[in-house]
Design a protein around this ligand. Structure first.
Ligand SMILES: Nc1nc2c(ncn2[C@@H]2O[C@H](COP(=O)(O)OP(=O)(O)OP(=O)(O)O)[C@@H](O)[C@H]2O)c(=O)[nH]1
Ligand SMILES: [Mg+2]
Length: 381
């Protein structure tokens, strides 16, 4: 049995001030996936469902690569991008309904301006609330920290970091009034919030541990406040993490007049982060809750089908009788096994052309690799 369509759709929301690199990140993510090198190596292809978006993203990417021109600022335009991740057509293989194996990624690009300027009218305030509402389906949110601003504030990084987080806090608190007028909390809300260092190429010495230490040291208090502000949206706020996961992101290497899009850091991780990173945590959180708990059920509905699917497919040894029915006996099929075992399972799935299994296991392996490469910190909790 394959995970349902809902379980195969993952959403990610990216927050960052104007100019922090959101559009370039999205364009690089998409453009790189259209490059021959990616297309040849990869089992899957990534396509933007909407034709206009598809063309715009690809154009942005080509403009950077060929002419050294970055895309224009996208003021006030909150946009939702939908990508299909599908099996690449392989010669000699037929049958199989490809749609049944598709994964979808929804990427929410949240306007940076909104963190900096108050809404000028009541309608504008409502619109911001509504846009925020569309993000609620996301499992993961990334808050960008702009390396350029850190460079500009060398030696007094706290000035930028405190101001940035204070902006996020103020914004979120306003939106909450709009979104939860009666104060009722949500079962469904992004529960995993990562910090991403955008333009990481500007700070080549900075590995992800140093990035985390910098944010915690310089803006720890604001981080706690933001945690309180955001976790107040959700039912069962103990199933919520902010500031436990960190990632380095660089969309390209920027030089005067030239943009080298082949030099990326972390961009490819956006898909595994959206599609895999939250699941193991959901299982752990759900396991700590009462069996009848509504949120536990919600968390397992999100993660269970995908993990159970992998577990049954890869036949990893060990106590793998899984999920949904037996909350106290939950086992995470991915974390409890060594990398070698996962790699074996991945290679087997690949050799057997088990597309979805191979892709999902591949995501897990990419995350592990990124942790080893000091590009990603994944919360141990
Ligand atoms: N060095 C470096 N510069 C970058 C990178 N990504 C973006 N930039 C620079 O940052 C500028 C702004 O990036 P955008 O992606 O347009 O910023 P944005 O977050 O979409 O901004 P708004 O649309 O105004 O919200 C770009 O024009 C580039 O000059 C990166 O990975 N490395
Ligand atoms: Mg933009």
């Amino acid at each position: 049995m394959k995970p349902s369509k809902v379980a195969r759709e993952q959403q990610i929301a990216v927050f960052g001030e104007s100019g922090s690199g959101k559009t370039v990140l999205l364009s690089s993510f998409y453009g790189a996936a259209q490059q021959p090198a990616f297309v040849q190596d990869s089992m899957y292809k990534i396509t933007a469902d909407d034709t206009a978006q598809r063309n715009r993203l690809h154009q942005n990417f080509l403009g950077m690569r060929n002419s050294g021109v970055a895309p224009e600022s996208t003021r006030f335009a909150a946009t939702r991008y939908v990508f299909s991740i599908t099996r690449r057509p392989m010669t000699g293989r037929k049958g199989k309904n490809p749609a049944a194996e598709e994964l979808r990624l929804v990427w929410h690009d949240y306007p940076g301006e909104w963190f900096e300027e108050d809404p000028s009218t009541a309608e504008e305030l409502v619109r911001r609330g509504e846009t925020f509402q569309t993000l609620i389906g996301s499992d993961v949110a990334v808050l960008l920290v702009d390396a350029q601003r850190l460079v500009d504030n060398t030696g007094e990084e706290e000035r930028y970091l405190k101001a940035l987080l204070t902006n996020y806090i103020a914004h979120v608190s306003k939106v909450r009034g709009e979104l939860l007028p009666d104060g009722k909390r949500l079962a469904r809300f992004p529960r995993v919030w990562l910090f991403g260092l955008s333009k990481a190429d500007l700070l080549p010495e900075m590995d992800v541990t140093r990035f985390r230490d910098l944010v915690v040291e310089k803006a720890g208090q604001e981080m706690t406040l933001l945690h309180e502000e955001l976790s107040a949206f959700v039912e069962e706020p103990e199933a919520f993490s902010l500031g436990e996961d960190f990632v380095l992101l660089s969309s390209a290497h920027f030089e005067p007049g030239k943009i080298d899009v082949d030099q990326q850091v972390g961009v490819k991780l956006m898909l595994p982060i959206a599609a895999m990173l939250p699941f193991s945590r959901y299982v752990r959180w759900a396991g700590a809750m009462r069996r009848s708990n509504k949120v536990a059920k919600e968390l397992l509905d999100r993660s269970g089908p995908v993990l159970a699917f992998i577990a049954t497919k890869v036949k990893l040894p060990g106590p793998l009788k899984l999920i949904t029915v037996a909350l106290p006996f939950l086992v995470d099929p991915l974390l409890d096994h060594s990398r070698d075992k996962l790699e074996d399972a991945y290679n087997t799935a690949k050799a057997r052309h088990e597309f979805l299994t191979a892709v999902l296991l591949g995501f897990r392996l990419e995350l592990k690799q990124a942790v080893d490469d000091k590009v990603l910190i994944e919360s141990p909790k």
